[in-house]
Design a protein. Structure first.
Length: 244
């Protein structure tokens, strides 16, 4: 089973995976089945260090981690491995992107960036348009939506949901921690409708931590990131053989 963190930052989720996996299975997973991407150079280098350090601590030997790519994940929507861009700076990095694009990914985990009313994470990520993924959003979430102004649906986190939903094959799982706005906002009705259609099971842990909408809580102590925007964890399961 191949696992991908498409916006890995400093690699915390991958290091947690390394900690979690049984030592006798880890070498194979580490070398072949754990993948991650990061588009900013500084966290990319830190992720490299963190991942390799965590592996060495657990296994007692150093092993280069070859499955991290310096790349803008959302620029790769065709999954044909044919696109090379400015981020694919070195021959080695280009080869890694190609290799990842050729893999059948069945688990996608992460903590994508988000824009709308965001307190701090988007400072790492300048807003830009993404032709491929934005078209996919227009043809799905927006098309199914009924609100007049749906601009917020082109949030970075929904772009990652769209990307991950298209990246998975017939069977798989997405687990993202994101802004919770998709749960009850009217503007996200199309998004919710599409999740219902595209997945067989949807589990949401709503941390009820939207400070602006909940007068009973205040400050920045009420969610895991110390920010005011509400946070949710969503698990999307696609298993075509099961009954919905
Ligand atoms: C909220 S942070 C993730 C933090 C991460 N879980 C960690 O352990 O550090 C989001 C990360 O996604 C990266 N990012 C944003 N847009 C991206 C994209 N289009 N492709 C790849 N990485 C992206 C940002 O640079 C940032 O490091």
């Amino acid at each position: 089973m191949e696992i991908l963190d498409p916006c890995t930052g400093t690699g915390t989720y991958v290091t947690e995976l390394i900690e979690y996996l049984p030592a006798d299975k880890l070498e194979h997973k580490y070398k072949h089945e754990i993948h991650c991407n990061e588009m900013a150079i500084l966290p990319y280098y830190i992720a490299n260090l963190n991942i390799e350090f965590t592996y060495a601590q657990k296994m007692g030997n150093y092993e280069e981690f070859k499955n991290i790519c310096l790349v803008d994940t959302l620029d790769h929507c065709g999954f044909g491995g044919k696109q090379f861009d400015l981020f694919a700076m070195s021959v080695q990095n280009t080869a890694r992107i190609q290799s990842q694009n050729d893999k059948k990914i069945s688990v996608i985990i992460g903590n994508p960036p988000y824009n709308a009313h965001q307190e701090n994470f988007n400072q790492r990520n300048a807003n830009r348009s993404y032709q491929g993924i934005d078209k996919a959003i227009k043809d799905s979430y927006i098309k199914e939506g009924t609100a007049q102004n749906q601009i917020v649906v082109y949030d970075m986190y929904t772009r990652f949901f769209r990307w991950a939903s298209d990246r998975l094959g017939e069977k798989g799982l997405i687990a993202f921690i994101t802004n919770r706005s998709f749960i009850d906002s009217k503007t996200f009705d199309g998004f919710r409708k599409c999740l219902d259609r595209e997945f067989d099971f949807v589990y949401i842990v709503d941390t009820q931590s939207d400070v602006r909408n909940n007068p009973k809580i205040s400050g920045t102590k009420n969610n895991v990131f110390g920010i005011q925007a509400g946070i949710a964890v969503m698990f999307l399961v696609r298993n075509r053989k099961e009954k919905k």
